[in-house]
Ligand binder design. Structure first.
Ligand code: AHR
Length: 548
């Protein structure tokens, strides 16, 4: 039945939905914003909870790609490494960051990976040619090394299966190898390799970007859905606690966007727990018209993608009359547009080549702050997300022979990891807005909308009562005020108040000048029922409060 357009809008509004086709005003309302004049304002009230934060939304990603593993986290023989060959300086900073979950071993790499090459005595492991990045893979770092490393940095593995060139048989064998205690072919092989205890991996990706024509083993949606379903069914038989993530669309521009998700879910919905989403963003002519104001609104494009994929999941749930609701795993997201080298870079059959070594500036960091706000705001459906990636390859951390350097994007990520805990508050934010225009932009980013200057999220952690507020000020020219009005609880003290800003949006940290883009203290008003913060132009900021 075709609903008349106005009736459709009314219907969507009634059930609390808005789509990109709606007016700018209702798009803002769907993410909890209202237009206002003068200072922005929001109310802190713990009676209004949006969702519990699963800290897995602050996950990251390490792929066998370029210098991410080799050089980045594993460098045997270096005086910076421990007896396992793990770089101690890199482990120290990742432990300090407290990254909750790390995706491994790919990425495109996983779709041609034979995990058996990477286990057992190192001297016997083959050097192979990785066809995702045309690099040499020595297999000196594999599943068991990753598990050991995860324990040392206190993180959880999010393991990927090869559902490209690989079979369900070998995927399930990997689960048996990792999670079964003893007495079977693959669990005994693990023991033979020196690991008596099972690793008990819980979260698994059923392949990587299988919708992408560039992916090894790429196939039509329904074929993938059936392969994922078969794999998942076998896994559930041997490990009922496994959390299984189906490959959703790998970006928003492919012609199969959303159709892929619907078709593959129609095949495997009842056997999976989550669906993956990926996207990378950039300040380019095509995506933003090289316009930084449009660029800083791109977390709202991420938010639209989350809403759209949620709608597809719920559509399939409705059609199948399933009691189960899927969650979303945004397991690759970041700024990535400079170090691309064509669609995919070419490692020229080298070992650990310099690939995808993107250098991040201040405006990239501000947008990363925005993405983290979006993931928090949408954490009722997004349960896992991975900043892609963690070391050297499109990463917040970069290594050289002697040290590790924090790029600009490290700082908003570190804040979210440190401060955003507990529950996300359901804020209604009143903010002045500015227009963005669709004209001339790539179709999936072409939207006419009003964008709030201030993007604000808040969390409260019930055990200790600490409140965290994260704010992106998209205004490139002017300071903006934010009034926080407290209902319940009341703030007693500001525990931390910092901002990341600067006069040059293109400023970049380097090994020579690693402190060009770093947070500085932000002046905080006295704790009280109404507090006005002055947020510098082009900034993102964090405030942590103690409460009664
Ligand atoms: O993260 C870099 C690459 O981007 C991954 O290998 C792939 O999944 C995506 O296209």
């Amino acid at each position: 039945m075709k609903l008349h357009r106005t009736r459709r809008r009314k219907f969507l509004k009634q059930i609390g939905y808005a789509s990109a086709a709606l007016t700018a005003g209702s798009w803002l309302a769907s993410i909890g914003y209202a237009q206002t004049r003068g200072p922005a304002r929001t109310i802190i009230n713990q009676a209004r909870i949006r969702s519990d934060v699963d800290r897995r939304i602050f996950g990251s990603f390490l792929e066998h790609l370029g210098r991410a593993i080799y050089d980045g986290i594993y460098k045997p023989g270096s005086k910076l490494s421990d007896n396992n060959g793990f770089r101690k300086d890199v482990m120290a900073i990742i432990t300090e960051m407290d990254v909750p979950i790390i995706r491994y071993p790919g990425g495109n790499f996983v779709s041609g990976y034979n995990w058996l090459d990477g286990v057992g005595p190192k001297a016997k492991r083959p050097t192979v040619l990785d066809r995702a990045w045309n690099s040499l893979e020595t297999n000196q770092f594999g599943t068991n090394e990753f598990m050991e490393w995860c324990k040392l940095v206190n993180t959880e593995p999010l393991m990927g299966f090869n559902l490209g060139t690989g079979t369900p048989e070998m995927a399930v064998a990997l689960v048996e190898y990792c999670n079964v205690d003893r007495g079977t072919k693959w669990s005994d092989l693990r023991r033979e390799h020196g690991y008596e205890q099972p690793w008990n991996v819980k979260y698994w990706c059923l392949g990587n970007e299988m919708d992408g024509p560039w992916q090894m083993g790429h196939m039509p949606a329904r074929d993938y859905g059936r392969k994922a379903r078969d794999t998942a069914r076998q896994i559930r038989m041997i490990d009922p606690d496994a959390k299984l993530i189906a490959c959703g669309s790998s970006n928003t521009i492919l012609p199969t966007y959303m159709v892929w998700d619907r078709e593959m879910l129609e095949e495997c919905y009842d056997q999976v727990d989550g669906i993956s989403l990926h996207n990378y963003y950039g300040n380019t002519k095509e995506l933003t018209g090289n316009n930084t104001s449009r660029y800083l609104a791109m977390n709202l494009d991420m938010e639209r993608q989350i809403h759209q994929i949620t709608d597809v999941c719920d559509y399939v749930q409705g059609v199948l009359k399933s009691p189960k609701r899927l969650w979303l795993s945004f397991d690759e997201w970041n700024v990535w547009y400079r170090a691309r080298g064509g669609r995919f870079a070419n490692g020229e059959r080298k070992f650990a080549p310099h690939l995808l070594e993107e250098r991040y500036n201040l405006e990239d960091a501000l947008l990363v702050g925005g993405f983290l706000n979006t993931l928090l705001r949408e954490s009722n459906r997004v349960r896992v997300a991975c900043l892609a990636q963690l070391v050297n390859v499109i990463a917040p951390l970069v290594t050289n022979e002697t040290s590790v350097m924090c790029q600009s994007i490290y700082y908003p990520y570190a804040w979210a990891l440190k401060y955003a805990r507990g529950r996300v508050l359901d804020l209604q934010v009143e903010s002045e807005t500015y227009p963005i225009k669709a004209e001339g932009l790539r179709a999936d980013f072409a939207i006419d909308a009003e964008v709030p200057y201030l993007d604000v999220v808040a969390t409260i952690n019930p055990p200790d009562g600490k409140v965290c507020v994260l704010v992106l000020n998209r205004d490139l020219e002017s300071e903006r005020e934010l009034v926080l009005e407290w209902r319940d609880p009341m703030p007693t003290r500001v525990l931390a108040c910092e901002t990341l800003t600067g006069s040059d949006p293109k400023a970049v940290n380097t090994f020579e000048q690693p402190k060009l883009v770093v947070p500085k203290p932000l002046e905080a008003p006295l704790a009280g029922s109404k507090m006005t913060f002055k947020l510098p132009p082009r900034s993102c900021s964090v405030v942590q409060f103690a409460t009664t």
